[in-house]
Design a protein around this ligand. Structure first.
Ligand code: ASP
Length: 481
């Protein structure tokens, strides 16, 4: 066991976690698993997040300060944001092509779709939205009785899922001014940003500002600060090393907990959940797997010739396995950084700057999933979105993925805003909620893989990519054993 590379041990932990959950739910031990095993999974995520927030802060300060001159920092920063934007829009466009080709929402039987359509029309008229596609069942006398029934039903359904809290988010969004997102990035109290995990954009803003100011003060004053920041970074990276030694066990606990919570004492439930949403799930999954196994390697092949297909996955597999098990790019960030620096050979200055920003603003998997989800929900309610509306989906899904916190289910919550932007009912997130956690695991892998790809492109462009890392190829987690 000692000679097996850590990423294999993590994968074995994942498999055992799922097997344990299946066994415990068959034997009626789910409560035991949730009470006594799952908490270790939560401890694991807490530990990683504990490291992630200060790591983002210090690595960006160190990245910015070590780059040296403000001009190259500006060039690199601009390039990073531009490439992140391009990959996000590409992912959304691919998602739109897939969902419009496979039409998973139209595979639901006709009667249910008509009912869905009527309930949509009831909702739209209560909200004052005009129906843009010219259909109107509510005006049709044949459907009047049906509409009355559905109207009563919808009210009770909405109460049951109690989505009010989440809907409040959408309402608040409507009330704010267009520049509010910009205002939100600038903190008025940095310690408040630090103590609220979700305020990563504010932490990034502060770190870049701090790093830039370090470049403008006299060298003798700046040097000790930079040295201190670099040393603190080392301490945090050591913490990651320690935590990762126990990762296989933690991952076992995490997956056992997640699957047990879904299945309870009846494993058939998981199968049932997936049956109803299978075409939607398969479309999302297909798109995400395309990104991981075809699109990113293709981008690397075109822009960074020196990283081979297999080598890329070998280098990134510990981070990918962790992204899958934690569903959080923020929690995975410390490991992503180690993999990118030590295995892909991206220079520390680039990785320290590009990756923490990417973990927060670049979520290709999340944005692709949001695009597919919105169109799927529209299809199952017999709503044909116009090209203009689909372009609005591209824009809002891009912004929503930037604004999503890098934690489990953040993408689902932000989906409310995307639905809202094209006049669809935000409460529909309840429909896809049951399969969300599993899809979240895959989209987090895409998010992390996307950040790594972009960091390699930037590093190569700046001649700061040394693949394979000549002097220390196997430092990170025994990748080449
Ligand atoms: N869990 C994702 C991440 O951390 C975000 C999401 O899509 O919900 O990257």
């Amino acid at each position: 066991m000692k000679n097996i590379a850590l990423h294999w041990k993590i994968i074995i932990g994942m498999i055992f976690g799922i097997l344990w959950a299946l066994l415990s739910s068959t034997l009626g031990w789910s409560a035991f698993t949730i009470n006594w095993i799952d908490p270790f999974g939560i401890i694991f995520i807490n530990l990683l997040k504990l490291i992630a927030v200060p790591l983002v802060l210090f690595s960006i300060i160190s990245g910015v300060a070590n780059i040296g001159d403000p001009a190259s920092l500006g060039r690199m920063g601009g390039k990073t944001l531009l490439i992140y934007l391009i990959t996000t829009v590409a992912a959304i466009s691919l998602g739109l092509v897939l969902v419009n080709t496979f039409k998973p929402g139209k595979l639901i039987d006709e009667q249910s779709r008509i009912d869905n359509r009527i309930s949509y029309e009831i909702w739209a008229s209560s909200q004052g939205y005009e129906l843009k596609d010219g259909i109107n069942y509510l005006q049709d006398p044949i459907f009047l009785q049906r509409a009355q029934k559905i109207s009563d039903l919808t009210k009770t359904e909405l109460k049951e899922v109690s989505l009010n809290d989440r809907l409040d988010v959408a309402k608040k969004r409507k009330e704010i001014t267009p520049l509010q997102p910009l205002v939100d990035i600038v903190p008025d109290n940095f310690f408040y940003s630090l103590s609220n995990n979700g305020l990563m954009l504010q932490i990034i803003f502060f770190a870049i500002f701090f790093g830039i100011c370090l470049l403008f003060i006299p060298n003798d004053k700046a040097k000790p600060v930079i040295k201190l920041v670099d040393s603190i970074m080392e301490v945090f990276l050591k913490m990651v090393d320690f935590v990762m030694q126990a990762a296989p066990f933690f991952v076992f606990a995490l997956l056992a907990g997640v699957v047990s919570k879904m299945a309870g004492d009846d494993i058939g439930k998981v199968v049932e959940i997936f049956k109803g949403l299978s075409w939607y799930s398969l479309t999302v999954l297909f798109g995400l797997l395309l990104m991981i196994f075809i699109i990113y390697p293709l981008i690397l092949k075109i822009f960074v010739k020196k990283i081979p297909y297999k080598g890329f996955f070998k280098a990134m597999s510990p981070a990918q396995a962790l992204a899958f098990s934690t569903s959080s790019s923020a929690a995975t960030l410390p490991v992503t950084m180690e993999c990118v620096e030590n295995n892909l050979g991206v220079d520390k200055k680039i990785a320290g700057f590009v990756l923490p920003i990417g973990a927060t603003v670049n979520m290709d998997g999340t944005s692709m999933y949001q695009a597919i989800a919105v169109i799927f929900l529209a299809q199952m309610h017999m709503i044909d979105l116009t090209l203009g509306q689909q372009l609005v989906v591209v824009a809002t899904a891009t912004l929503a993925s930037i604004g999503s916190a890098a934690v489990p289910s953040a993408g689902l919550v932000m989906l409310i805003i995307v639905l809202d932007s094209v006049g669809l009912n935000p409460a529909w997130i309840a429909i896809i909620f049951p399969v969300d956690r599993i899809l979240d695991m895959f989209r987090t892998v895409v998010n992390v893989t996307g950040d790594a790809t972009v960091s390699a492109i930037i590093a190569d462009g700046e001649s700061m990519l040394k693949y394979p890392k000549a002097n220390n190829p196997s430092k990170t987690f025994g990748v080449d054993s």
